[in-house]
Design a protein around this ligand. Structure first.
Ligand code: GYE
Length: 328
């Protein structure tokens, strides 16, 4: 059955090839006539470089929105200041970028500048933390983590701790007003409300940095505060806390139980070593997700308004093998 069909097709194909050779109408014969692929310009306003998570996120974005993938990426580091992000967005509008990607420092205060972006017809994709705006049509879509759910997982782990005289908790918060802080704090508050034996002995913002985490825990130990749990809203503050505990002759994981968020490799080494007792994953690899969203928009497909990334958690059961497989 196949042979006769082939025999009938072959002369036709040969004839077509000959025709194109004679007329010079093949693609390779006239590269100048090939339509140039559209280069997509993206302005990305990033929070800063406060943590390992943030650096992994920046890397993921620059790798995915690369020249080889058809992008021109303009990266702007806000050094944790919302005013700088607002200025960056205004610059992107002036430049006439195709898309604006915003990783917002905090939830509120975006209405005016995003109204300007909408007036300029530039779609805004929000990543990582969320924004709270009066009109949801001010942004195209959002992708990131469910921070309250992350916190609830940590609280569930804390419920399994058996401390005879209850939990005396030091709470290191991230940047106040950021979704990551709001969700993780709300979950701890639920836990505190549900357990009479849990006591909050200190709460303060360590701004997601190692230096601030270390400074706070250092000061608390110098002041003689008695606590047995640190709920640290990210790994870098936990690193600082661990350094402070060690400097005071305390053993992290034995004298004080450490709960953390992000679960980057460096932190998972500490989980494997027993210094961090529970680390909740927060996935920073948003680059390919944003690339995917832009490709959909380019094809006229409206991506889901909100996309939550699924995440896992790590405790003493972690193995080196699992750790080695982690991509960040
Ligand atoms: O947990 C922290 C970073 O918004 C999820 O910000 C992000 C948080 C992350 O500085 O390490």
């Amino acid at each position: 059955m196949l042979r006769p069909l082939k025999r009938r097709l072959l002369p036709g194909i040969l004839a077509l090839c000959l025709l194109s050779l004679l007329t010079g109408c093949t693609r390779s014969a006239s590269p100048a006539l090939t339509p140039a692929a559209r280069i997509i310009t993206v302005g990305f306003s990033q929070v800063g470089a406060e943590s390992d998570w943030r650096n992994a996120n920046t890397r993921s974005m620059t790798e995915a929105l690369s020249e080889e993938n058809g992008y021109r990426l303009i990266l702007s580091d806000a050094q944790n200041k919302q005013e700088r992000q607002i200025t960056a967005i205004r610059n992107f509008i002036q430049m006439g970028v195709d898309y604006i990607v915003l990783a917002p420092t905090n939830e509120t205060g975006w209405d005016t500048v995003l109204t300007e972006a909408r007036a300029a017809g530039i779609p805004v994709i929000v990543v990582d933390r969320m924004i709270e705006v009066a009109d949801d049509s001010l942004y195209t879509c959002w992708v990131g983590s469910d921070f309250r759910k992350e916190g609830r997982n940590a609280v569930r782990f804390m419920e399994g701790l058996n401390a005879q005289d209850g939990l005396r908790i030091v709470h290191l918060q991230g940047n106040l007003g950021s979704s990551a802080q709001i969700g993780r704090t709300a979950a701890l508050d639920e836990g505190l409300a549900a357990h009479d034996s849990w006591q909050l002995v200190y709460r303060g913002a360590g701004d997601f940095t190692q230096a601030k985490g270390q400074e706070i825990v250092n000061d608390l130990l110098d002041a003689g505060l008695d606590f047995n749990v640190i709920y640290s809203e990210n790994d870098n503050m936990a690193f600082g806390a661990i350094a402070a505990l060690k400097a005071h002759g305390l053993v992290p994981g034995v004298d004080v139980t450490i709960i953390s968020f992000d679960a980057g490799r460096r932190a998972l080494e500490m989980t494997l070593a027993g210094e961090i007792s529970f680390d909740m994953e927060c996935n920073p690899l948003h680059g390919p997700r944003v690339d995917n969203i832009i490709r959909q928009l380019e094809e006229g497909i409206q991506p889901p308004k909100l996309t939550f990334v699924s995440e896992t958690s790590f405790d003493a059961t972690i193995t080196r093998e699992v750790l080695e497989q982690r991509p960040y």
